[in-house]
Design a protein around this ligand. Sequence first.
Ligand code: ATP
Length: 234
Amino acid sequence: MLELKDVNVYYGAIHAIKGISLEVNQGEIVTLIGANGAGKSTTLRTISGLLKPKTGTITFEGQDIAGIRAHEIVRTGISQVPEGRRIFAEMSVMENLDLGAFTRKDKAGIKADIKHVFELFPRLEERKDQIAGTLSGGEQQMLAMGRALMSRPRLLLLDEPSMGLAPLLIKEIFNIIVDINKAGTTVLLVEQNANMALSIANRAYVLETGRITLAGDAKKLAASEDVRKAYLGG
Ligand code: ATP
């Protein structure tokens, strides 16, 4: 479904992504784990069109998308939930969800999808008129995910959904990620919380200073001594 081949990304003179190749197959949950500054967010932002690779190819469903602008990428069927949520703080929950459907004109479909988002996140329905900036951190994460789903993505990119959340809430968010995947959306998940990410993923890539150093079955990686030592607290 998604394939990156030998992708290099720079911030000015800084070589942040050093020739990475990875793939995500339809129906999978794939996770990209690694320490602070390894390049996880940079990789996601490059896929979603916020950054442009200097060299390499990014193919989504057979189409070359490297260098296409972010709003056009959404139209191809990819939606990103950015790190730190980035909801529209001054707007209501409902207005945020409506904005997530900016690529669409099918009013009935949009209405049905809002209903679906409220089924996934009942707390958002209770707070649909609340100003988004006053939501708790967990609720803002839910809103950011709900907003991303409103474009009906076939591939959902999630950047550290666990960040700053209490353990119980992290569990809840991860259960919902599994539900979203079961309902047919392919997921690429970036996480520092490697334990949680590996527990729901089919496959994983480990990123270290801009390079992929390990890749494979998520359960096997979770059991591997090297990964346990480096990322799972021994
Ligand atoms: P974290 O988990 O801390 O968010 P990450 O794995 O997502 O880390 P990135 O945010 O992708 O890492 O950063 C990769 C490298 O690129 C880091 O060395 C970082 O300092 C650098 N970098 C990120 N954004 C910029 C920027 N806007 N300008 C310059 N360098 C940047």
